[in-house]
Design a protein around this ligand. Sequence first.
Ligand SMILES: *Cc1c(COP(=O)(O)O)cnc(C)c1O
Length: 388
Amino acid sequence: MKDSKKLGINTICVHTGEVKDEQFKGAVSPMFMSTSYAFDGVDIKRYPRYFNTPNQEMLCKKIAALEHTEDGLIFGSGMAAISSAMFAFLKSGDHVIIQHVIYGGTFNLVVAEFEKYGIEYSFTESDKASDFKTLLKENTKILYIETPSNPLLGITDIAEIAALAKESGVITMIDNTFASPINQNPADFGIDIIVHSATKYMGGHSDISAGAIAASKEHIAQIWKTAINFGGNLSDQNVWLLERSLKTLNLRVKEQTKNAQKMAEYLENNKNIDRVYYPGLKSHPQHELAKKQMKGFGAMLSFELIDGIDAMDFQNALKLIKPSLSLAGLESTTVSPAQTTHALLSAEERLERGIKEGLIRFSVGIEESEDLIEDIAQAIKSVHKRNG
Ligand SMILES: *Cc1c(COP(=O)(O)O)cnc(C)c1O
């Protein structure tokens, strides 16, 4: 087969890293459930927790091809991937600089665990590379970013962060979950380590918990040494399901991205909506930057309902679009951060983070955009009616 780099994206999604069914010549990868393999020399001890069963080893090739890196690893969750990646490069006395807005689980990992191991950390005050620069110290080992970020879709300049890290001899990590490899390939801009919650777009059907890392062979080898001790491998059954899901990754995400643009434009022109946050809108403050580093603007957006429309009432009135804490499935879902993910913060703390009471995060699925628009329109109408 041709080098993956020269294959088209859908071909990579379908074929790269297939496990050949030599015995029966089936059309799809056979699933190897063995946890026990013959000793095949000291270099290859096959074992699930060694991340090298046939299904794991082959699927890593697809992850790497999708992210334009040399190698990859698959985990039991996004957090297993993120924690293994971080701890592989950190020791007591090291310092990490982390983007101010990051996924809640990653934030918890940092604030709950790092101090115990004597690892220092600083959060930036903004997405700007200059902010990372002022926090650089002698012992800084990692710059950690997430773009687009959750829930306000802020954009960090990937190339600037990568350049800053290179001149300072620091490793860069990015959480590329929101964009997915279809809409953004950070390795092309010089980022070292790319992490994903494969529970989201890579899985795409809201039925698998998984994580992935894409990086150079050298970085993956170092992460692997820590990962086998942490034991966060994915079961082969789910590796197989993830392979099946990835076959349609491009088709799904392209369609979802197209839908999101339509929804963002519809919402921006709706008088019941105060503001829409979507990098594909010209009104997004970093639209030009997003254009520079993203191939598509993604399928996540957020919007603010006008005062007088209650976020929970609005969501309860939706008939097609489901409320859901998670995101990135084929089905459209919403969550209102102020009442759920950020409910434990005070109203003031939420406002500091730009999270208003009427904010809705919208994960756009593959349904017809006309049906989604119709659903939102009827929900707004019904809430208005109830309010008199
Ligand atoms: C969900 C998510 C994670 C964590 O992934 P899990 O699979 O839940 O462990 C990390 N980053 C982002 C951006 C996410 O959305």
